[in-house]
Design a protein around this ligand. Structure first.
Ligand SMILES: [Zn+2]
Length: 343
C-alpha cells in the first residue's frame, strides 16, 4: 500500500514537472530583443568616463558622507535633480521639484527631514505602466571625525542610475521613446533602515499596481574575495522571487549584451547574509512588485571610510550598468507587460 502510494505520487510529480519545464521553455523562447541594434546604440552611450565623473562627484569629501538629513546629503540630492534638469528629464507632475519629502516623523529619532529624488521619462504607448531604476543616495556621514565617502556604497549605484537616465533620454531625443514610463528613483535613509523606500512604497507617486518592476542597484563598482580571479560577474538577488519571467529576461539580456557571470549565491532562500531583505528592493517586493537587486558582494572597505573612488573598477562598473540598462530597456519596451507571477 505504501509503495503504491509512493509510486502514484512519483507519477503525478513527474507529470507536472514535464508541464513545468515546457512552460519554462515557452517562456524562454518568448523573450527576444528584436531591436538589438538600437539597444546597442544606447548601451554604448554608457561610458567609464562619465560614470567616473559621477562617482567622483557623489563620493567627494564636500558631501561629508551624505548622511540622511544632513547638509551634505541635501546637497547631493540637489546635484541629482540639477542633473535631470540639465538632461531635460522631467519631474513627476505632482512633485515638480523632483523631491518627495520624507519627514523626520517617520525617520529614527534625531534624523532631520530628508528627501527621495524622482525623475521620469513618460512612456509612449503605456505611460501608466512604470519601470523603476533605483539606488540609495545616502551613506554613513562622518564617524569619529572620519568621512565615509561611500564610493561603492552607493556612489556606484547612483552613477549607474544617472548614466542609464541619460541613455534613455538620448534614445528619446532620437525618436525612441520607451513604450512604458521609466522612473529614476534615488531613495534616502537606506543606511539607517530602508526608510526612503518604505516611505515611498507607502506613499507612492505612481500607482504601485501599475509598477512593472523595480531594479535596485546598491554597490556594483568593486570585486569581492570570491571573484578575485574572475571579476567578470555580478550577483543577482530576488529576480525569481516574484516573477519567473524577470529571471529569464535578465539571463537573455546578459547573454545578448554583456556576458557577465550571473552569480545567484546570495539569492538562495536560506542564505545567511539575507541581502534580499537588506536593501531597498525589499520594500517593493513586500508590495508584490517584481524586483532585482544588483550587487558586487562585500569587500574589505565595505562600510569603512576607505570606500573611496580610486578603488572603483570602472570598466566593470560600466559593464554591469550596461546589463541593467538592457534589462530595463526590455521591460520598458516589450509588447506585453511583465508577467508578475511564478510559474
Ligand atoms: Zn548601500
Amino acid at each position: 500500500m505504501k509503495v503504491l502510494f509512493a509510486l502514484a505520487l512519483l507519477f503525478v510529480g513527474s507529470c507536472s514537472n514535464l508541464r513545468h519545464s515546457e512552460r519554462i521553455d515557452n517562456l524562454k523562447n518568448s523573450i527576444s530583443f528584436e531591436d538589438e541594434t538600437v539597444v546597442n546604440t544606447y548601451i554604448n552611450t554608457i561610458t567609464e568616463e562619465e560614470l567616473k565623473e559621477h562617482v567622483e562627484e557623489v563620493s567627494s569629501e564636500k558631501y561629508e558622507g551624505r548622511k540622511t538629513g544632513e547638509e551634505g546629503h541635501n546637497q547631493i540630492c540637489n546635484y541629482l535633480r540639477e542633473y535631470y534638469k540639465s538632461q531635460n528629464i522631467s519631474a513627476p507632475e505632482t512633485h515638480p521639484d523632483y523631491y518627495q519629502i520624507v519627514p523626520e516623523s517617520v525617520l529614527p529619532e534625531g534624523i532631520k527631514d530628508s528627501q527621495n529624488v524622482i525623475a521620469y521619462i513618460e512612456g509612449a504607448e503605456f505611460p501608466r505602466e512604470y519601470v523603476y531604476i533605483a539606488a540609495h543616495s545616502d551613506h554613513e556621514g562622518i564617524i569619529n571625525g572620519e568621512i565615509y565617502n561611500g564610493a561603492d556604497d552607493n556612489g556606484s549605484g547612483t552613477a549607474a542610475v544617472l548614466e542609464m537616465a541619460e541613455a534613455f533620454q538620448e534614445a528619446v531625443n532620437n525618436g525612441y521613446r520607451p513604450k512604458r514610463s521609466v522612473v529614476f528613483l534615488h531613495v534616502t535613509g537606506e543606511e539607517i533602515g530602508l526608510h526612503g523606500s518604505r516611505y515611498y512604497t507607502e506613499n507612492p507617486i505612481f500607482p504601485l499596481e501599475q509598477t512593472v518592476t523595480m531594479l535596485n542597484i546598491d554597490m556594483i563598482g568593486r570585486v569581492d574575495d570570491r571573484h578575485k580571479t574572475n571579476e567578470n560577474y555580478i550577483y543577482l538577488i530576488g529576480a525569481d522571487r516574484v516573477s519567473t519571467e524577470l529571471h529569464y529576461i535578465a539571463q537573455e539580456a546578459n547573454k545578448q549584451f554583456t556576458q557577465l557571470e550571473l552569480d545567484y549565491k546570495y539569492n538562495e532562500e536560506n542564505d545567511m547574509n539575507r541581502y534580499f531583505y537588506r536593501s531597498d528592493q525589499y520594500n517593493f517586493a513586500l508590495k508584490g512588485i517584481p524586483v532585482i537587486f544588483f550587487f558586487n558582494g562585500e569587500h574589505e572597505d565595505y562600510t569603512k571610510p576607505t570606500d573611496t573612488v580610486d578603488k572603483i573598477n570602472f570598466p566593470l562598473l560600466a559593464k554591469r550598468t550596461k546589463l541593467i540598462f538592457s534589462i530595463g530597456w526590455y521591460l520598458a519596451n516589450s509588447d506585453q507587460r511583465l508577467n508578475p507571477e511564478i510559474i
